[in-house]
Ligand binder design. Structure first.
Ligand code: GLY
Ligand code: MN
Ligand code: MN
Length: 453
């Protein structure tokens, strides 16, 4: 796909807008208003790196700040972009802006206007609209909600009381989440490339590790690989956890030193062209697993293998978690970490002391991506887990985390292990797109020997 046809009427963005417009019409029609993410100050006049809102980007392909999307589902559908106007002086400082005229053509909108004109445009567009659609939850930091209130009030004024307020409101979050849950061919291709870059980053970090290294040194290897490979950013702050830090689930790469005999847990992934990747690997800093480390590692790996076998349309979202919990719990029983029978230990949640998170989540534009995990059902509280289907992407990430405790054998203290891969659900099974970095313990040791030798 070339740059040009990415944004014409045949682009995935235009196709998604048409789908959404059709759905809006099925709800009686009306006007949808979406705002992209606001810029955020880091301090004084210094901004955090800008990241568009995912829903907004999904429907527009437009990644500048200060942009709005308006969809009119009526007698004639209209897709309107409002964006920052051209501003030669600001562009010297902040970079070239598309501006409405060029943006309309390039991104395939029926119309585009300067966002400064929103207050003039919206009341007119809303006159006669029975229903207003918006993603209110995604608009934190924008003034979408109060502006919509003002615009609908102004629209009522314009229509000279012919239509009384309030209009009907519909949140678009769920329907857009449903669309985003099923990735198309181009999205899957981007996610495979993001996964491959992240895997290379993990290989590089593994090979750079040595007893005495700091967590931040390995983070630097990850970041270097991500950016060197063209990824725009990390998908989330990198977790690089040496030794006992691996038992802190969201430990950020810090100043801790990995000592000889420690494991290092790295949970890191890049964001490429708006799509996340999410990989965890756990490896011995000196290149050789100890017996107790290996015993726990093998349990987690087996749990991951069993969960991956269930990332297919034959199973529901929770089947992988249940399978992983069974393997992990049996392993904990075998090693004397917990006591009892398997079924009883699962039933009373004994494993949760050492495995306290779920085995995966949707992955897409956001690292914890949108999409319902349960089927819609007639009765609240009885919603079954969602059946998996081709085009869904999820992570598979079991783990074991053992904190020091008198009732736990000391050889297991401070060992934290997680193994995480990203899987595309296909009819033929789970396609693991992150295996550019090995999970097999012997392959990991060989990779590290290669670097040392
Ligand atoms: N990196 C966050 C997660 O694995 O869910
Ligand atoms: Mn994850
Ligand atoms: Mn992760």
């Amino acid at each position: 796909m070339t740059m040009t046809d990415l944004h014409t009427g045949d682009s995935p963005f235009a196709r998604r807008r048409r789908l959404l417009l059709d759905w809006m019409r099925s709800q009686g029609g009306g006007v949808a208003v979406l705002a992209t993410a606001p810029e955020r100050a880091r301090n004084r006049d210094n901004q955090y790196a800008y990241r568009h809102d995912s829903d907004f980007y999904y429907l527009t392909g437009f990644s500048e700040p200060g942009a709005w999307l308006i969809l009119v589902a009526g007698a004639q559908d209209r897709a309107i972009l409002c964006c920052m106007g051209k501003h030669p002086e600001r562009e010297i400082w902040d970079g070239v802006r598309w501006g409405p005229e060029a943006a309309a053509t390039h991104f395939g909108f029926d119309e585009a206007h300067d966002s400064e004109r929103l207050d003039d445009l919206l009341p007119g567009l809303l006159v006669g609209a029975e229903r207003v659609f918006a993603v209110l939850s995604g608009a934190q930091g924008t003034d979408l909600a109060p502006r919509l209130q003002r615009w609908t009030a102004a629209a009522a004024g314009l229509s000279r009381g012919a239509r009384a307020l309030p209009v009907h409101w519909t949140d678009l979050s769920e329907i857009i989440a449903e669309m985003r849950l099923f990735k198309d061919v181009a999205e899957l291709d981007t996610m495979r490339r993001a996964a491959a870059i992240s895997a290379r980053g993990h290989v590089r970090a593994m090979q750079a590790a040595y007893p005495g290294c700091h967590e931040y040194e390995l983070e630097a290897e990850l970041l270097y690989t991500f950016r060197k490979s063209g990824a725009q950013s990390v998908a989330y702050d990198s977790i690089v956890a040496a030794g006992a830090n691996a038992c802190v689930l969201h430990h950020r790469a810090g100043h801790a030193v990995a000592r000889d005999g420690d494991l290092i847990l790295i949970d890191a992934g890049c964001e490429l062209d708006g799509y996340a990747s999410d990989i965890t690997r756990t490896f011995p800093v000196n290149g050789r697993f100890t017996g107790p480390q290996r015993a726990l590692y093998d349990i987690v790996l087996e749990a991951q293998r069993e969960a991956a076998l269930r990332a297919t349309p034959a199973f529901d979202f929770n089947a992988g978690h249940d399978a992983a919990v069974r393997i992990l719990t049996q392993g904990m029983l075998d090693l004397g970490l917990i006591a009892g029978t398997l079924d009883n230990a699962i039933e009373r949640g004994a494993y949760q002391r050492f495995y306290m998170h779920r085995t995966g989540h949707w992955l897409g534009m956001d690292v914890h991506d949108v999409g319902a995990y349960r089927e819609a059902a007639a009765k609240i509280g009885q919603r079954p887990w969602r059946k998996l289907a081709p085009g869904m992407v999820l992570t598979i990430e079991p783990g074991i985390y053992v904190r020091p405790s008198e009732d736990v054998r000391e050889e297991f203290w401070n060992i934290g292990i997680r193994i995480e891969d990203d899987a595309i659900v296909t009819d033929a099974g789970a396609e693991l797109i992150t295996r550019g970095v090995p999970v097999d313990p012997q392959a990991i040791e060989a990779l590290m020997q290669e670097a040392a030798g």
